[in-house]
Design a protein. Structure first.
Length: 137
């Protein structure tokens, strides 16, 4: 049974459109973290050593990487039965997620990774239908 899936992803959410035997479903996976940039509150006083600041930044980066990995795992779980996958999104998350799938032995075929601006769920679904309709099976 063919299960075609289109995924729009960024670091805040993933919208998953599944086409399966003439039916269409849309699911959303929210990231359970907020990606923080560095700000002045990260540095308490000017007397702190640069080593302490570097360690704090390193710890924050490791924590953020772990949270991103958990988010990608949650999205990947929703794709486990996909036979064909199209990945779209506005930023680096689409390529990061592709690498995540490749590193975790995704069984389906990744048809492509495309840049896509923010779109409504209906626009994402229409794009997915169009792409799979054009794709030769």
């Amino acid at each position: 049974m063919k299960k075609e899936v289109g995924l729009w992803i960024d670091h805040r959410q993933a919208i998953i459109v599944t086409l399966n035997d003439g039916t269409e479903s849309i699911e959303r996976v929210e990231a359970d973290f907020e990606k923080r940039g560095s700000n002045s509150s990260d540095v308490q006083t000017a007397s702190e050593s640069s080593l302490r600041i570097d360690l704090a930044e390193d710890k924050h980066e490791r924590h953020t990487a772990e949270m991103v990995n958990h988010y990608y795992e949650a999205v990947a779980t929703q794709l486990k039965d996909a036979t064909e996958l199209l990945i779209m999104g506005p930023g680096p998350a689409k390529s990061e997620f592709q690498k995540h799938l490749e590193n975790h032995r995704f069984n389906g075929a990744i048809l492509g990774v495309e840049a896509a601006d923010n779109m409504s769920d209906a626009q994402i679904a229409a794009k997915v239908r169009q792409e799979f309709k054009q794709h030769v099976h």
